[in-house]
Design a protein around this ligand. Sequence first.
Ligand SMILES: NC(=O)c1ccc[n+]([C@@H]2O[C@H](COP(=O)([O-])OP(=O)(O)OC[C@H]3O[C@@H](n4cnc5c(N)ncnc54)[C@H](OP(=O)(O)O)[C@@H]3O)[C@@H](O)[C@H]2O)c1
Length: 312
Amino acid sequence: MLAITGATGFVGSHLVEQLKSKGEEFFCLVRANSKTRFLEQLGCKIVVSDFSQEKLEPILKQVDSIIHIAGVIKADSKNAFFKGNWMLTKNLVNASIKAGTKQFIYISSLSAAGSGQTLKKKTEEDPDIPGSWYGQSKLAAEREVTKHPHWVIIRPPVIFGPRDTGLLIIYKILSKGILPDFGGQRYYSMVFVEDLVNFVINVISNHNIKNDRFFVCYDEYFSFRKLCSKISNILDVKPKSIYQPKIALDFITTWNIMGDSMFNQDKLRDLYKKFWICSNTRAKLAGILNKLTPFDEALSKTLNWYRKEGLI
Ligand SMILES: NC(=O)c1ccc[n+]([C@@H]2O[C@H](COP(=O)([O-])OP(=O)(O)OC[C@H]3O[C@@H](n4cnc5c(N)ncnc54)[C@H](OP(=O)(O)O)[C@@H]3O)[C@@H](O)[C@H]2O)c1
């Protein structure tokens, strides 16, 4: 039996969809006020918890593997990040150790490692230097996870795909014929959500993978300009470059002008860093990274979903 946290979110929803199609036995651990309609429609078993260690312990007794995806990616205080990432993870790890859960898989982030200084891809051996509160809270959570006797930490970079709204703002701006230029160049590793989920499923079924960390991403990294150019091709637009000075971005994030977007003040701490690139070599060597969806196809699938939902 598997227990999944974060199933109501972007990444978790894809994992449960895949697990369901494979006939796996699992339940979704959610909060009392979580919106569970999608999970109910899929026919998933749902268990409500307040995520305190005492309440989690009996729930996790029947569980072989816990896949902990839940986390806070947007918040306006350091405390909120630490509560939603570090504290939540600490409770889950302690409860699962006491309950005897065999395997603890955690979806962390490249932000826990921090950005690089050059175009050299980050590896799992590089020192961790998270810059944002988000990254610091994910690293603190990772340290809790490593207390479990059988842990696996997955550190995705930017994740995109259907049901994600992180890249939506970029699709939207480009579709209006504007190519945002933040000054200088920035580079990103990326992973398509369906490929990430396949990787997680490979980890679940491969108990030889133990006490290890993995970056999961495409071989290629993308400059912001190249990413915009690829999205523009898919949108079939020829946008005009417009310089966005830092002050404009600060204004947008301070007043949350874009609404539910990836831009907020803490995100900016990461966004101004230039090198968010990592290596998938260790994941490949472990033999659990399947052939990835071609990048353009993944961008198209994402656009199709935005269009279907009337977001673009
Ligand atoms: N999206 C990315 O580009 C990206 C990149 C790297 C790493 N990650 C990591 O991937 C994971 C999933 O991200 P996502 O994009 O799927 O996020 P998301 O769509 O915002 O979903 C977050 C999930 O976490 C749950 N959650 C949040 N706070 C919680 C709490 N205090 N207690 C219990 N559940 C809580 C939410 O449940 P409710 O429905 O109850 O709110 C929701 O299911 C996160 O851990 C994130 O750090 C994401």
